[in-house]
Design a protein around this ligand. Sequence first.
Ligand code: PMP
Length: 385
Amino acid sequence: MRELLMIPGPIEYESNVLNAMSIPTISHSSKEFLSIYREALQRVSSIFGSETGDNIPFIISGSGTLGMEVSTVNFISRDSKVLVVNTGYFGDRFVDLFSRFTDSIEQIKPSLGEAVDPSLVKEKLDTNEFDLITVTHVDTSTGVRNDIKKIAEFSKSSNTLFVVDGVCSVGGEYLDMKWGIDVAFTASQKALGAPPGLTVGVAGGRALTRMGKLKPLTFFSDLRKWETVSRGVLDSKGGYFGTPNVNLITALNVSLSNIMREGLEARIKRHELMSSALRSGIHAMGLEIMAKKSHANTISAVYLPDGMDSKKFLGDAKDNGVVFASGLIKEVASRYFRIGHMGGIGPAEVLITLGAIERALKAGGYGVKAGTGLTAAQEILFKSD
Ligand code: PMP
């Protein structure tokens, strides 16, 4: 039986992306690869809304966690003060990362399932104490989406650099460097629709100027090195720091071309519709979503019925053809599961997913009438026709 992968990355890829992975590796310094790399960087700029200005895109071998490091550590010193908006597991990860470089870390920690209130961020930024703030656009552990546009309005008039972790958002949610974001990044395996192994992002002019005044704190994550590579590639001269992942960049470029063909706006609207159909089905089955109001287009964290064992539920769902992810927030990990709904997600995946949830709930002894979730989702999909 075929299984559908519905975890929040890696995701199921389009067939042309998979095909691109099977092409023999060409020289990383060939003209052919230079042209692919350049095109991929240009497309990255475009997806982050940063075609103009002094922004520099980057594509570096490594996962999203490398993106977290590259996008922050280059803009701070050992005595910098940083602010972390912590809406879940990946907010904790920023704190862990910063703790290696500075002792001055402050956090704003909304209660579980809540997005940050932008006015609280404004209050902090108005003190002008912070060198840098990080916000996780969509925390993959909770499915909560933060209001990046509003926060950018406040950060751009402060001295605080605004860094956005867009790992679980870029390609499925609206995000635009022009709002006033200084640095944003994602990883290849989520809504960008390529295999894992690349971090992708953009650093803006204000961040690069700050970087120029600071001493590098790392080596492989030193954006000065990668900036030189990106500029060289964009100028068609080429550049080398570490051997680029030729096959992955080739596959990423194909996936980015799929996104451009569909149109970013249309793609985000599709994600919006699919997530609302999915959530409607989930609510209809009597289940609760962790994100209280501001839920993501790309991932949903769903509480299981009281007393239902999450391991058994995930096993039953897999036996019914769909793979979900387990909970990541320690205190409630055994009480919820996560559904990734990004990339090529369409009505077929939504309905298959809800069907598998219904059957897994039934296998766990939870009384759900056959088709309850499916009907609710169909109603949303019908309305959109
Ligand atoms: N930030 C967010 C929001 C994420 O979802 C993830 C990965 N799930 C990361 C950072 C880290 O990315 P990676 O696992 O690719 O290192």
